[in-house]
Ligand binder design. Structure first.
Ligand code: BES
Ligand code: MN
Ligand code: ZN
Length: 498
């Protein structure tokens, strides 16, 4: 799909479909007004007759009227005018993309961004269009033998802005929207693949391919022997029950000054989390193929950053392995030595994410990072705390936490601060080692984060627990691609600040 910003405040542009908004009270949106006038009050009549009330997300497709520039007109309900804002705008865009997909239109002109929207400038308005349409066009890489129902016909989307001043920012927003969508698509593809396909080896190969596709990226994949040489005892403890070999994936993107310290993104890459000897219950165990969603998201973010050619330095690390039971598997009460030298008593082999991540965090020190952000489907407790709406955000640095939080708001990929630190780390005391890998049920998301916190001394570090946000269950089962939008926005901000 191609996106372009056009100046067209009055919907004069010729297209296969013009998308205009109507509010609930019959208020015509910015582009609907001139269309209505041109069509002799058609939209007003439709509203008065009760045929289109403008309810948020409702759509009505009309064939070409006499003298109209567009071959079709898609009316989109914007809901109440006073409540119209960032969220309703996104919902209206989703509805428009969904309705358009059912038509044969190969191109469309979208006028919804002509509305006044609080806190949204031309960049973010346009970004949302590209994201919504690309999201709608996404197809799970399924293994269904029958062909997909309806191929995606829409090839070109023109995004209307009010004046020539807005073209630059809107074009930039479209560029971001597409890069974010591509990054999310990569993350979603990887996470949606079954675990017999998406193994640690597969993830490593995909990261190698990223380096071929994007000259700014260099990838190194460390195998089991290399991981042993690095003395990543905690990582090795998780993988040791598995037939699939582990991979430590390290990608470097250098877009900034040579001397500039990189941002380091670390992803949990458990390609299947059975729980190990502390085996999980069968219900929903299938969803543990998504336990590499953090790794998928940081790779997706890397792809987006490369596409945008952001002037920053970025290091992406994915600790990829399976967590399986076997005669060789780690047993509850085993003690291992982490790469940092701290010893850990593994009381529950299902608390494996923190084990692979603590060694990845220690490994990241060699890059002298300006900040380290790890992304992980780390705890069920985080889902209990925040549901599926917010990712958990913990940090040892106020400024970093604030930047990530703000990025989540701007990107509509929100995170909520949760506590981390000494009080929770106290729950991780062991009689036999420096640390235990579990700390009781209370504050589970924060004790997991505080385990990691023990490995972050002198690092500017933040942790995103995406257990509740990285995928959806039920009929909508599948990866969401979160928190790619948050991370890309965070890095954009860093690039602008530099
Ligand atoms: N990958 C899981 C966390 C998870 C569970 C994410 C369900 C999404 C849905 C993680 O490895 C895990 O098993 N965590 C345990 C920790 C516990 C043993 C302290 C959990 O949350 O139950
Ligand atoms: Mn687990
Ligand atoms: Zn896990």
């Amino acid at each position: 799909m191609e996106f372009k910003a056009i100046v067209d405040p009055k919907a004069h542009h010729a297209s296969a479909c013009a998308v205009v908004g109507i509010y609930e009270n019959g208020d015509l949106g910015a582009a609907a007004r001139p269309v209505d006038a041109q069509q002799g009050g058609l939209l007003t009549k439709l509203h008065r007759a009760g045929d289109f009330a403008g309810k948020l997300g409702d759509t009505l497709l009309l064939p070409q009227a006499r003298g109209a520039a567009a071959k079709r007109l898609l009316l989109v309900g914007l809901g109440s005018r006073s409540a119209f804002g960032r969220k309703p705008y996104r919902k209206a865009l989703r509805a428009a993309a969904q309705a358009l997909a059912k038509t044969g239109a190969a191109d469309a002109a979208v006028y919804l961004g002509l509305e006044e929207i609080e806190d949204l400038d031309a960049h973010y308005k346009a970004r949302a269009v590209a994201e919504a349409f690309r999201m709608q066009a996404y197809r799970i890489p399924d293994l269904k033998t029958a062909a997909a129902a309806k191929p995606w016909a829409l090839e070109r989307v023109d995004v209307a802005v009010a004046d020539s001043r807005s073209v630059g920012p809107a074009a930039d927003g479209l560029r971001y929207g597409q890069a974010i969508a591509s990054g999310m698509a990569l993350a979603r593809d990887l996470a949606n693949l079954p675990p017999n396909v998406c193994t640690p080896t597969y993830l490593g190969n995909r990261a190698q391919r990223l380096a071929k596709e994007w000259p700014g990226i260099k990838t190194k994949v460390v195998d089991q022997a290399g991981i042993r040489t690095l003395k990543m005892g905690a990582f090795l403890a998780v993988t040791q029950g598995s037939e699939q070999p582990p991979r430590l994936i390290v990608c470097e993107y250098r877009g900034g000054k040579k001397s500039a310290a990189p941002i380091c993104l670390i992803g949990k890459g458990i390609t299947f989390d059975s729980g190990g000897i502390s085996l999980k219950e069968p219900p929903a165990m299938d969803e543990m193929k998504f336990d590499m969603s953090g790794g998928a998201a940081v790779l997706g973010t890397l792809r987006a950053v490369a596409e945008l050619a952001l002037p920053i330095n970025l290091v992406v690390i994915v600790a990829a392995c399976e967590n399986m039971p076997s005669g060789r598997a780690t047993k509850p009460s085993d003690i291992v030595t982490t790469m940092s030298g701290q010893t850990v008593e593994i009381l529950n082999t299902d608390a494996e994410g923190r084990l692979v991540l603590c060694d990845a965090i220690t490994y990241s020190r060699r890059f002298k990072p300006a900040a380290v952000v790890d992304v992980a489907t780390l705890t069920g407790a985080c889902i209990i705390a925040l549901g599926n709406h917010f990712s958990g955000l913990m940090s040892n640095h106020e400024g970093l936490a604030e930047d990530l939080h703000a990025a989540g708001l701007r990107a509509d990929d929100r995170a909520w601060r949760l506590p981390v630190g000494e009080e929770y780390a106290d729950q991780l005391k062991s009689n036999f080692a420096d640390l235990a890998n579990i700390g009781g049920r209370e504050g589970g998301a924060s004790t997991a984060a505080s385990f990691l916190w023990k490995f972050t001394q002198d690092l500017k570090w933040a942790h995103l627990d995406v257990a509740g946000t990285a995928w959806l269950s039920g009929a909508q089962k599948g990866s969401t691609g979160r928190p790619v939008p948050l991370l890309v926005d965070f890095l954009r901000q860093r690039a602008h600040a530099a």
